[in-house]
Design a protein around this ligand. Structure first.
Ligand SMILES: *[C@@H]1O[C@H](CO)[C@@H](O)[C@H](O)[C@H]1NC(C)=O
Ligand SMILES: *[C@@H]1O[C@H](CO)[C@@H](O)[C@H](O)[C@H]1NC(C)=O
Ligand SMILES: *[C@@H]1O[C@H](CO)[C@@H](O)[C@H](O)[C@H]1NC(C)=O
Ligand SMILES: *[C@@H]1O[C@H](CO)[C@@H](O)[C@H](O)[C@H]1NC(C)=O
Ligand SMILES: *[C@@H]1O[C@H](CO)[C@@H](O)[C@H](O)[C@H]1NC(C)=O
Length: 533
């Protein structure tokens, strides 16, 4: 009897059982200020272990990740794991709705499992505008050895972190936003922290996997390689239909992986990233060098699309799920049949640019989000009243002018939900959901109506965690909320998030079980009204 109880305790949380089985990867990351000159002008940046960008996490599905973050900045700090599902725990998400920030000159250890995931992801600071100065890096998760992939094993695996960059540090950018102004156009684009100096060397005849992430804070980019078509294989953890592209649009917060075969003659070629929908267009280049090359890359650069919104939307619709491929588990991605599941709730979320108390703010359904000093999740866990309410925000846009507030949608665990992002601005939006991937059912121009559903892709829409919404248009997603927790749904346009374009989804049921949610970690920091607990 005693033994049986012991067994029960040990294996009660599947979480702890799997922790006992799957490998651990330990990291110690010291976060500091440092000086770099990515655009030729020395400026203060944020380093992790003296690196810019930060070190990559290279892992296998189901690995346990332990990261001891030492905050040597002069401000509270958090890192978030973009697209990492952290099943059964919201406690490690590293946003102010789930965690108290790590105070300056102290450390805190994240512990999470890469549960049932493969693919290309990233991490970055979630606090203030820190990530505008660095602190970001790649998270690459490969499949377990028993899982087959729907393409031949590549000869190399290369990570490209592409993003816009400002020569002003994050504090100057924050001051601008705090004073009521929008950010200007970025000063340039970087590939792996460099302008024009990044070089990737490969061998003729070989095929490489390139993981490309838009780590930028405001700008959509187009990516292409001179003389080399790309075969899309993965989008944020889902195996896509393997279509060929001359160039691909990647919006802030999005990741793709492509295969590139070195079939051209032995010389150097330009890798190009250029901004989309901006005037002027900013461009940066890197180099693809064939081993044995003595010939520099030659101009002109391959041309990309410029302002064309329609081109981008058309391309987006071609990016679809391979229904027969495995993802992290040996069952095909198409086995879920998302198109046949009944939607239990529809949220229509309209973003808005607004003036509140004479200052520039951004809002969602009439509320411009302000972080309470007590993380929502701690308030929820300890039943602390007065931090948030579940009926502050409405399921569809109200007609009243926006106000400041704390927006939390109350949803039930396993709800299948339709979320429509209605863009009321004439610039592209990029929306990200923590904790779950979603199916991108459709994109359209103008205002979404119930009739728009007729145009949804209910068969093989791509599953991803970040999606663009075209100017004055809409994007509809379908999501199965299978991950209990407090999940941030936010603009990946970082100044907009900073100024209020974000909400939280409280995914909940009353059953207390370690099968659905882990207990508060023993090392959880306390702040705000949670200090006394
Ligand atoms: C990027 O580098 C090139 C060449 O080194 C330089 O001409 C260009 O001005 C740089 N871009 C920016 C925005 O500094
Ligand atoms: C801080 O780091 C030390 C080791 O340097 C470690 O023993 C300790 O657990 C860490 N503290 C937290 C809260 O993670
Ligand atoms: C889809 O995945 C299968 C593996 O199940 C693979 O053989 C096939 O080539 C893939 N098809 C496309 C179009 O990507
Ligand atoms: C981000 O927001 C700025 C300010 O509205 C805008 O100029 C830019 O186009 C936006 N970019 C994206 C990709 O949302
Ligand atoms: C979309 O809806 C908004 C708000 O109701 C309205 O002001 C706008 O004119 C509509 N746009 C179109 C293209 O119908």
């Amino acid at each position: 009897m005693k033994q049986a109880i012991l067994l029960l305790i040990i294996c009660f949380g599947v979480f702890f059982c799997t922790i006992a089985e799957d490998p651990y990867r330990f990291y110690t990351w010291e976060v500091t200020y440092g000086t770099r000159a990515p655009l030729g002008v020395p400026q203060q940046v944020i380093l992790i272990n003296n690196q810019f960008p930060g070190p990559p996490i290279e892992a296998v599905t189901n690995d346990n990740i332990i990261v001891n973050v030492i905050n040597q900045l002069d401000e509270p700090f958090l890192i978030t794991w973009h697209g990492i599902k952290q099943r059964r725990t919201t406690w490690q998400d590293g946003v102010l709705g789930t965690n108290c920030p790590i105070p300056p000159h102290t450390n805190w250890t994240y512990k999470f499992q890469l549960k049932d995931q493969i693919g290309s992801y990233m991490y970055y600071p979630s606090t203030l505008l820190h990530r505008a100065s660095g602190g970001f890096g790649a998270i690459n998760i490969i499949q377990r050895s028993v899982i087959s992939i729907p393409y031949p094993e590549p000869d190399g695996d290369i990570t490209l972190l592409i993003g816009d960059w400002y020569t002003n540090g994050y504090k100057a950018l924050q001051e601008k936003l705090d004073s009521g102004l929008d950010l200007p156009l970025p000063d340039g684009l970087l590939i792996n922290g460099a302008n024009k100096t990044y070089t990737f060397t490969g061998q003729k005849g070989k095929t490489y996997k390139l993981r490309v992430t838009n780590v930028g804070i405001a700008t959509s980019v187009n990516f292409r390689i001179q003389g080399h078509p790309m075969t899309l294989i993965e989008v944020e953890g889902a195996h896509s239909l393997q279509e060929q592209y001359e160039s691909l649009d990647i919006h802030p917060g999005q990741s793709i992986a492509v295969l590139v075969t070195l079939r051209a003659s032995v010389k150097d070629y330009f890798i190009v990233a250029s901004t989309r929908f901006t005037k002027p267009i900013l461009t940066t280049t890197g180099i693809l060098r064939y081993i044995g090359s003595n010939t520099p890359a030659s101009l002109p650069l391959p041309v990309g699309p410029t302002y064309h919104i329609h081109w981008s939307m058309k391309q987006a619709r071609t990016i679809r799920l391979n229904l027969t491929a495995n993802a992290a588990r040996p069952n095909p991605q198409g086995s879920f049949h998302y198109g046949t599941i009944k939607v239990v709730r529809t949220l229509v979320l309209a973003n808005a640019k607004a003036q509140i108390n004479g200052k520039l703010r951004y809002a969602v359904n009439g509320i411009s989000y302000q972080d309470p000093t007590t993380p929502l999740k701690l308030a929820d866990w300890f039943n602390i009243p007065g931090v948030f309410s579940l009926n502050a925000i409405k399921d569809s846009p109200p007609s009243l002018p926006p106000v400041l507030g704390v927006s939390v949608f109350g949803l039930t665990l396993h709800d299948f939900v339709e979320i429509v992002f209605q863009n009321t601005e004439s610039v592209t939006q990029s929306w990200h959901l923590d904790g779950s991937s979603f199916y991108v059912a459709g994109y359209g121009g103008g205002n979404w109506t119930i009739a728009s559903r007729k145009r949804y892709n209910l068969a093989d829409a791509i599953s991803r965690h970040t999606v663009q919404v075209y100017p004055l248009g809409w994007t509809a997603i379908l999501v199965s909320l299978d991950n209990k927790g407090m999940w941030n749904l936010r603009s990946q346009n970082w100044s907009k998030r900073y100024l209020g374009q974000q909400v939280y989804l409280r995914v909940w049921n009353d059953e207390k079980s370690l099968f659905t949610e882990a207990d508060i970690p023993t090392n959880a920091l306390r702040c705000g009204k949670a200090l006394q607990f």
